[in-house]
Design a protein around this ligand. Sequence first.
Ligand SMILES: [Zn+2]
Length: 330
Amino acid sequence: MFGQSLNASAEEYLTLDQLLSRTDAVLQWDAAAGEGVLRTPRLTLSFFADMPWITLDYAEHQRAAPVRFDDGELFFPESYLGLLQNAGRGIDMETIADGRRVAAIFIDPGHGGRDPGAIGRHTVDGSLFEIFEKDVVLDVGQRLYTLLRQSYPDRQIVLSRLDDTYLTLEERTNMANDMVVADNEVVLFVSLHANASLNTRATGFEVWYLSPEVSRGELISRRRTQVDDPALISILNTLRDEELTIESILLARSVLDGLDGTVGDLVPNRGMKMESWYVVRNAKMPSILVELGFVTNREEALRLTEPDYLHKLTMGIYNGVHQFITDFEE
Ligand SMILES: [Zn+2]
């Protein structure tokens, strides 16, 4: 997926300090299991000490020079540097876009109506303060809708729900999939959510994209292609799936960078994650899911009611979408 492979032959090794000082990675290390994860905002690299393979973003397994665990210390192949520093940078947007255009943006504020989504309950000035995910995401969705319509009058901008309405997941994806665009045009699917955690200290934003291992169902049907060979249909579907995944990753990265630019100095950037939830899985288009913040953290819950902060979140997503479109259509 990231188009880089590691050579398992003679390798220079770095100490953990050397590796971390030259990347923005953090390490989670389970000494008992001999298992570790190097995480950057763009890439998750999982490894077992002394095993000649690694896993990228929990999905892509590849052969690699092994991490050495020696005398209680970890040593990393120098080739990991390139992976951690350049994750995804090698993807060539021009090849992917191939003359296509973004014709429409589908914004989907999650939940609504009888489905409040995540709920935060906090005590503020001695009284109960309640915050519902459905309200936060509707607010940001409406702001984003207005902004995108102003900036892109020649594109379809659609908001799945305009008010506090309940929509099933099927209704949302069907609305997006039913949008009519030409063959050389794409729809972007931006799902908005807010987070909850038992750990009330958890804060920050994150952006999810679809795992390449999760099938989106049959994207290319026999009827559409006039192809009768099931094996060929399966190959076409795999290619389309990979293309959608790469586009989703690029959109996710762009939006994550956008959010980092507007709120990254206020809250943690929790990075890019792989999604396998229904709402994104069945959208047959580049799709991301933005988690705006945690309603379960008191400070963040309060922030998520401030128009200023909601505007910043909106601008972050907008900047990311705008950057993606600019790169895509360049
Ligand atoms: Zn949600």
